[in-house]
Design a protein around this ligand. Structure first.
Ligand code: PLP
Length: 388
């Protein structure tokens, strides 16, 4: 049976061109970038070339990019780094209630150490209101962190508006752009951000490597001590093959982004339309227009997300319910609950995220299989009694 992978937001396959670019850095070009002889200089050169490509993708300067072990570390570095550096100026942080756990749990960690965090609500489409951000700012606010695109429902936040508000108030602004970079055009100057998190494995690069963009002049306390790498902002010998892979992935993303946005938007809209036409008691979650080109998130009444997922898997289709990180827990998605969905609807959610290798045939297959799966589950469902 052909397997159809529709969980590109969880991770993407590594692009064959990326693998090809990485391979020499495991073998003949294995040097440590800190070594002054030729092996080291070769690795150093490759790292800097990759840095330039990642910087270029988001309109940054090379020296504003710090490589990390992934999006989670980039988020931790941004939040803890700014918090610790600016402790004497203020202790207040503003974020939203639908951030990734990498931001939310870092905020909770900081709260236990005396920082105060405002978790802003979102509307029914998962949008943060920039007016709420403005109202929440106090003379103690040192950082605003609002994600660029939500990983569950794909809603794209009003980042530019929030950037303007942050700048006017003289407050640092971080955005977790792990789901946005490589998928929609991202420019740090247009967005007005001071810090921006990225992760290579969401854009056809390898796992275990990411980056934090740090605007020139933004001081951060490092998380890692013990080396001078990354201009003393992130100690530890660089993951050279990973960084090279990230660089190549960024380069490919830049070349292919407009064609990809068009391709994915078309397939996404086909799938949304088909699902809404073929299935009763179904709703689209997230913003109808301001959403990632590859994200479809629906709630289906009277069935559990997990049951749909398992039945789709039996038919060779890989999707997700909630986010990748919460897919092993049976709690309903906190993102959908924050958007005001009742727990039953949050439990019946299903996310398809499309990618480079998704075809029209894949979409047709989902549209053929899912109504059948739902009809079967509803026929057995105690949740349906009294509704038909
Ligand atoms: N932030 C967002 C929005 C994500 O979707 C993810 C991964 O799912 C992360 C952060 C964490 O990235 P990483 O897996 O590279 O640590």
């Amino acid at each position: 049976m052909k397997r159809i992978y529709l969980d590109y937001a969880a991770t993407t396959p590594t692009h064959p061109e990326v693998v090809k670019a990485m391979l020499p850095y495991f073998t003949e070009a294995f040097g440590n970038p800190s070594s002054i002889y030729s092996y080291g200089q070769e690795a150093q050169g490759a790292t800097e070339e990759a840095r330039a490509k990642v910087a270029d993708l988001i309109g940054a300067r090379d020296e504003e990019i710090v490589f990390t072990s992934g999006g989670t570390e980039a988020d931790n570095l941004a939040l803890k780094g700014v918090a610790l550096t600016n402790e004497s100026r203020g202790n207040h942080i503003i974020t939203s209630s639908t951030e990734h756990h990498a931001v939310l749990e870092t905020c909770q960690f900081l709260e236990k150490r005396g920082f105060q965090v405002t978790y802003l609500p979102v509307d029914e489409y998962c949008m943060v209101d920039p007016g709420d951000v403005k109202k929440a700012i106090t003379d103690k606010t040192i950082l605003i962190s609002v994600m660029h695109a939500n990983n569950e429902v794909g809603t794209i936040a009003p980042v530019t508006e929030i950037g303007r508000i942050a700048r006017e108030a003289g407050v640092y602004f971080h955005t977790d752009a792990v789901q946005a970079v490589g998928h929609i055009p991202v420019d740090v100057n247009e967005l007005g951000v001071d810090l921006l998190s990225m992760s290579a494995h969401k854009l056809y690069g390898p796992k275990g490597v990411g980056a934090l963009y740090i605007r020139k002049g933004t001081r951060l306390t490092p998380l890692m001590h013990g080396g001078e790498q990354e201009r003393r902002r992130r100690a530890s010998t660089e993951n050279v093959p990973g960084i090279v892979g990230f660089g190549r992935a960024a380069e490919l993303a830049q070349q292919e982004i407009s064609q990809e946005v068009q391709h994915l938007t078309y397939l996404r809209d086909q799938l949304i339309k088909g699902l809404l036409e073929r299935i009763d008691h179904i709703r689209l979650n997230g913003h109808p227009q301001r959403r990632l080109p590859n994200n479809i998130n629906v709630s289906v009444d009277f069935v559990e997300g997990e049951s749909m997922l398992l039945n789709l898997d039996l038919e060779g289709i890989c999707a997700s319910t909630g986010s990748a990180c919460s897919s092993s827990s049976l709690e309903p998605s906190y993102v959908l609950l924050a958007m005001g969905l009742p727990p039953e609807q949050a439990h019946g959610s299903l996310r398809f995220t499309l990618g480079k290798w998704t075809t029209e045939e894949d979409i047709s297959r989902v549209l053929e299989v899912l109504p059948r799966v739902i009809a079967k589950l509803r026929a057995m469902s105690p949740l349906l009694k009294g509704h038909n």
